[in-house]
Ligand binder design. Structure first.
Ligand SMILES: Cc1ncc(COP(=O)(O)O)c(C=O)c1O
Length: 436
C-alpha cells in the first residue's frame, strides 16, 4: 500500500510537470526499483499524457471534425439548390476507372466475397511488389507488401507496429490532421514540428533540433498535403541519417506519389533506408476513395505486424475490392489521365490566385492542393472559410485544420474543372479583398 501511495505521488508529480523525454526513463527506473515492469511504466506514462492532452483540450481531432461539419454545410447548401464550388476536401472528383468497377462486379459475381488473408490477396501483393521493384530497381517480394483499408489504416497500423505506448512520433506540420490524432489515440506522443512558408516548408533543421532518444518514428508526407511540397533527395537523405542515428523508423506516406510535378522526387523505398515503411493508396491516383484500399511496403516482419493490427481491427479487406485495385493498378492509362488533369488544375489555381496582391502562392510541386498564405492582418482561416461559403458559395479548407500555426493559410483542392475552378478563384480573390 505504501509503495502504491509513493508511486501515485510520483505520477501526480509527473502529471504536473512538462513531460520531457527524460521523464519516461525516470519512471521506468523508479518502477524497476519497486520491482514493476517497464511496460507498466509506459502504460501509466501514456495515461498521464492522455489526461494532460484531455485537460488541455487537444485530445480529439477537433479540426478534422470541424472540417466534416463544414463540408456537411456545403453539401446542405448544394442540396438546397445553391451553386457551391466544393474545394474543401481531399477527394478527387473523378470516379474509379471502369476497369476497376468491372473487376469488382465480376469478382462479386464469381463469389470472391468471403473472408481472406489479413495481409491481402497474393495476386495484388505480388503485382505491387513487382511494379515497385521495376520502378525503383528493387527486389520486393509479396511478403514485403500488405493491403490495408486505405492509406488511413496503413498509417494507423504502421504507427502501432513501429512504436510502443508512450513513444514519441515526429509529425511535420502543416499536416494531415489524422497523424496526430491516431498517434494520441494509440497512446503515443506526437512531437510537432512547425515548418514555415518563408523557409519553403523545409523540415530538416527542425527535425535535427527536435529528434531525441524518445523518437521512435518520423512521419513524412511528400508530395505533401496540404502544401503540395515535394522534398528534395538531399533533405530526404538527411532525415534518413537522423532517423538512423537515433534508431527511429520512418513512415513515408506517399499517397500522392503519382501527383508529382517537379523532378527529383524520391520514394523512401529508393533511398535504402533500413527502417522504412512506405504507405500508399488507390484513393487518389484512381479516384477510389470509397473502395477503402491502400497498402504498406516494408521489411517482411514489419509488414506482418501491420497485417496483425489489421486482423485485430477489421479481419481483412474485401477480396472484390482488392480485385478492383488490381485492375486499377494495371490501368496505367486511367492513372495518367488523372495525374495530367490534377497537374493542369494546379497550374490554373496558381495562375488565378497569384493575381491577388493579398494572396501569396508557391508554384505547385505536387499532390492535389495549393496552400497560399493570406497576407491580411488578423486573418482567421475559419471565419474566412464560413464567410466565403455562406456569401460567395465557395468551400475551402481553413489552414488551421493542418496545425494551429497556419491560421493565415487556406487549402484549395484541385477537384473542379477549369471553368468552375477559375470562377471559384475569382470569388476567393474578391472575398480576401473584402475581408481585408
Ligand atoms: C496525407 C494523406 N495520407 C493518407 C490519406 C488517406 O487516404 P485513404 O485512406 O483514402 O487512402 C489521406 C487522405 O486524404 C491523406 O491526405
Amino acid at each position: 500500500m505504501r509503495e502504491l501511495a509513493e508511486l501515485s505521488r510520483l505520477c501526480a508529480d509527473l502529471a504536473r510537470s512538462d513531460l520531457s523525454p527524460e521523464i519516461l526513463e525516470r519512471m521506468i527506473s523508479e518502477f524497476a526499483g519497486h520491482g514493476l515492469s517497464s511496460d507498466l511504466a509506459r502504460k501509466l506514462f501514456s495515461l498521464i499524457l492522455e489526461e494532460g492532452e484531455r485537460i488541455r483540450g487537444r485530445g480529439a481531432s477537433e479540426s478534422g471534425l470541424k472540417l466534416r461539419e463544414f463540408a456537411s454545410r456545403a453539401l446542405e447548401l448544394q442540396r438546397m439548390g445553391r451553386e457551391i464550388f466544393r474545394l474543401e476536401l481531399g477527394e478527387p472528383d473523378f470516379t474509379a476507372p471502369s476497369s476497376a468497377v468491372e473487376a469488382a462486379c465480376k469478382a462479386i459475381r464469381e463469389g470472391y466475397s468471403k473472408y481472406g488473408p489479413a495481409n491481402g490477396i497474393k495476386e495484388l501483393r505480388a503485382s505491387i511488389a513487382s511494379k515497385l521493384s521495376e520502378k525503383f530497381k528493387l527486389d520486393l517480394k509479396p511478403d514485403n507488401v500488405a493491403i490495408t483499408a486505405g492509406g488511413t489504416f496503413g498509417v494507423y497500423g504502421s504507427i502501432e507496429a513501429a512504436t510502443e505506448l508512450g513513444d514519441e512520433v515526429i509529425v511535420i506540420e502543416p499536416a494531415w490532421p489524422l497523424y496526430a490524432h491516431q498517434i494520441r489515440w494509440l497512446g503515443r506522443r506526437p512531437r510537432i514540428i512547425r515548418t514555415r512558408f518563408e523557409d519553403d516548408w523545409d523540415p530538416v533543421s527542425m527535425i535535427q533540433d527536435e529528434i531525441s532518444r524518445m523518437t521512435r518514428l518520423i512521419i513524412l508526407n511528400y508530395p505533401n498535403n496540404p502544401t503540395g511540397k515535394v522534398l528534395d533527395e538531399k533533405s530526404m537523405r538527411a532525415i534518413i541519417e537522423l532517423a538512423e542515428d537515433h534508431g527511429a523508423w520512418i513512415m513515408s506516406d506517399e499517397v500522392y506519389m503519382d501527383f508529382c510535378y517537379r523532378d527529383g522526387f524520391k520514394s523512401i523505398l529508393e533511398l535504402g533506408a533500413e527502417r522504412a515503411i512506405m504507405v500508399n493508396s488507390f484513393s487518389k491516383t484512381w479516384g477510389m476513395t470509397g473502395f477503402r484500399v491502400g497498402y504498406v511496403v516494408s521489411d517482411a516482419e514489419m509488414v506482418a505486424r501491420v497485417a496483425r493490427a489489421q486482423n485485430t481491427a477489421i479481419t481483412c479487406i474485401p477480396e472484390f475490392v482488392q480485385r478492383a485495385a488490381l485492375a486499377a493498378l494495371n490501368d496505367e492509362e486511367a492513372a495518367r489521365r488523372n495525374i495530367e488533369l490534377i497537374g493542369a488544375r494546379l497550374k490554373i489555381l496558381y495562375e488565378e490566385l497569384s493575381r491577388s496582391r493579398l494572396i501569396e502562392v508557391k508554384p505547385p510541386e505536387g499532390a492535389m492542393y495549393i496552400f497560399p498564405r493570406i497576407n491580411v492582418e488578423n486573418f482567421d482561416s475559419w471565419r474566412f472559410a464560413w464567410k466565403l461559403l455562406e456569401e460567395k458559395g465557395v468551400a475551402i479548407a481553413p489552414g488551421a485544420c493542418f496545425g494551429q500555426s497556419y491560421n493565415n493559410h487556406i487549402r484549395i483542392s484541385a477537384v473542379l474543372d477549369e471553368k468552375p475552378l477559375r470562377e471559384a478563384c475569382r470569388r476567393i480573390r474578391e472575398a480576401v479583398e473584402e475581408y481585408s
